[in-house]
Design a protein around this ligand. Structure first.
Ligand code: S3P
Length: 177
C-alpha cells in the first residue's frame, strides 16, 4: 500500500519544493514539513546562517541529523527537502529506509535562477550556495545526476501552478495503489 508512504520532494533551489509540497499536502489532506524550516526551528538558525557562520560541511552534518530526527519523530506525510539534501548518499539512504517515495521537481536552470534572483532582489531569503549565476549553474549541473535518482520526475516549464504539479504527483501516487 502506498497510502501511508511518505512523499519526499527534491529539486534545485528555486524549483518550488516548498510550495508544491504544501499544495500536495492540501490535496491529500495531510501534514507537510519543510526540512529547512524544521532545521531553523531546532537549531535556532536558518540553513543560510549556519552555512555562513560554520561552513557548508557543518551544515550538512546538521541537515543529516535533523532529517533523521524528522523521519523518526514526526509523521508528516509530505516532506520538502533542501536543495542539497538528496545529493548526499546518507540522506538518500535515510529516505529509502523510511520507504519514502521521492519526487524530483525538474525545473530548468533559467527558471531556478530567475526565482533565486527575484527572491534575493526583493530582500527575501539568502542562498549562500548560489551567490552568482556561474556558481549556481555549476552546482545545478553537478547535482542533476543525483536528482535523477528520484523515483518520480516532474518536468517543469515554469507556467504550471503548484496545484497542477501537485495534482500530477497525486495521480502518480494513486497509480501505485
Ligand atoms: C541548499 C538549499 C537551501 C538550504 C541551504 C542549502 C542547497 O534550500 O537547504 O541553503 O545546498 O541547495 P532551498 O533549496 O529550499 O533553497
Amino acid at each position: 500500500m502506498t497510502n501511508s508512504r511518505r512523499i519526499i520532494i527534491t529539486g534545485f533551489m528555486g524549483s518550488g519544493k516548498t510550495t508544491v509540497a504544501q499544495a500536495l499536502a492540501n490535496r491529500l489532506g495531510c501534514d507537510m514539513i519543510d526540512l529547512d524550516s524544521f532545521i531553523t526551528k531546532h537549531e535556532s538558525r536558518t540553513p543560510a546562517e549556519i552555512i555562513e557562520q560554520d561552513g557548508e560541511a557543518a551544515f550538512r552534518d546538521i541537515e543529516t541529523r535533523q532529517l533523521r530526527h524528522l523521519l523518526k519523530k514526526t509523521d508528516a506525510r509530505v516532506i520538502a527537502l533542501g536543495g542539497g539534501t538528496w545529493t548526499i548518499e546518507t540522506n538518500r539512504e535515510l529516505v529509502t529506509r523510511s520507504r519514502g517515495l521521492t519526487v524530483w521537481l525538474n525545473a530548468s536552470f533559467e527558471l531556478c535562477w530567475q526565482r533565486i534572483q527575484a527572491i534575493s532582489v526583493s530582500g527575501g531569503r539568502v542562498r549562500p550556495l548560489a551567490p552568482d549565476r556561474e556558481s549556481a549553474r555549476g552546482l545545478y549541473e553537478q547535482r542533476r545526476a543525483s536528482y535523477e535518482l528520484a523515483t518520480f520526475k516532474v518536468k517543469l516549464g515554469g507556467n504550471e501552478d503548484a496545484g497542477m504539479v501537485a495534482a500530477q504527483i497525486q495521480t502518480w501516487i494513486e497509480s501505485l495503489d
